[in-house]
Design a protein around this ligand. Structure first.
Ligand code: ATP
Ligand code: MG
Length: 229
C-alpha cells in the first residue's frame, strides 16, 4: 500500500519557566493507506504533541511531515485547507459541540467548506448510520449522549470531509472496555474498507492487537514495537 504519511526527524520543544520540555525528539516513521498504525506510550511521552504536529495544530521546530510526498511543514501548503480535508481528528474527550445535535456536529466541517446543504445532510446521515447512530440519536444534542455514542459521532465528524488520514488521540480513554472495542473496530474498518491511513495514539496496550504497524513512544522518542518487545 501507498505511503500516505512520512514523518522524518520531527522535533518539538516547549519552552517553560521550569525548563524546556522536548516533547517530540527526532521522530521518524511512515504510515500507509489502508493500515492502522498504533503508537503506545505513557503519559507525557509526547503522543498528543506528535499527533498535533501531524495534524498541523502545532508547528514543528525541525523535521518533515510528508503527506503523499508533499511536505506540509515547509512547502507553504495551505494549512487551513490541509486541516479541513486531509486529516480528521478523534479526541479522548470527544470535543463535540454540546448544544448541537449529532447531525449538526457532523455537517459543521462540511459547512466550513461551503458544501451545499442537501449534500451535507445526506453525507452526515450516511456516516452516522454507518456508525450505528440512528435517526432519533441524529437529532439528539451531543450533551445528551453516552460516551460511546459521542465518540461514534466524533468519528463520523472526522470522516465528514473524507480525509486521507484519521488521527485518533486516546480514542478509548473515556470509554468502558466493551464500548472502547466498538470504537476501535470502527477505526479499523475505516482503514480496511475505506483505505484511510489511521493513526491511533494511546497508553492502552490492548489496541496493539489491531495494529498493522506499532511503535512505542517514550520521552519524545519513537521506537519500533517489535524491536524493543
Ligand atoms: N503547550 C505545551 N506547553 C508546554 N509543555 C507542553 C505543552 N504540551 C505538552 N507539553 C509537555 O510535553 C510533554 C509531552 O506532552 P503530551 O501531551 O504530548 O504527552 P502525551 O503522551 O499525550 O501524554 P498523555 O498520555 O498524558 O496525554 C509533556 O511533558 C507535557 O507536559
Ligand atoms: Mg495526550
Amino acid at each position: 500500500m501507498e505511503n500516505a504519511l512520512q514523518v522524518k526527524n520531527l522535533s518539538k520543544t516547549f519552552k517553560a519557566k521550569a525548563g524546556d520540555v522536548v516533547a517530540v525528539d527526532g521522530v521518524s516513521f511512515e504510515a500507509r493507506k489502508g493500515e492502522v498504525t498504533v503508537i503506545v506510550g505513557p503519559s507525557g511521552s509526547g503522543k498528543t504533541t506528535l499527533l498535533y504536529l501531524i495534524g498541523s495544530l502545532e508547528s514543528p521546530d525541525r523535521g518533515e511531515i510528508r503527506v503523499f510526498g508533499e511536505d506540509i511543514a515547509t512547502s507553504g501548503a495551505d494549512l487551513i485547507q490541509y486541516r479541513r480535508v486531509r486529516v480528521g481528528f478523534v479526541f479522548q474527550f470527544f470535543n463535540l459541540i454540546s448544544a448541537l445535535t449529532a447531525l449538526e456536529n457532523v455537517t459543521l466541517p462540511m459547512d466550513l467548506r461551503a458544501v451545499p446543504a442537501g449534500e451535507q445532510r445526506a453525507r452526515a446521515v450516511e456516516l452516522l448510520e454507518r456508525m450505528g447512530i440512528d435517526a432519533r440519536l441524529q437529532r439528539t444534542k451531543a450533551n445528551r449522549m453516552s460516551g460511546g455514542e459521542k465518540q461514534r459521532v466524533a468519528i463520523a465528524r472526522a470522516m465528514a470531509n473524507d480525509p486521507d488520514i484519521i488521527l485518533a488521540d486516546e480514542p478509548t480513554g473515556n470509554l468502558d472496555s466493551a464500548t472502547g472495542r466498538v470504537v476501535v473496530d470502527i477505526l479499523v474498518k475505516l482503514a480496511r474498507e475505506d483505505g484511510k491511513c489511521v493513526i491511533i495514539v494511546t497508553h492502552d496496550e490492548s489496541i496493539l492487537e489491531v495494529a498493522d504497524r506499532a511503535f512505542h513512544m517514550m520521552d519524545g522518542k519513537l521506537t519500533d514495537h517489535n524491536r524493543d518487545g
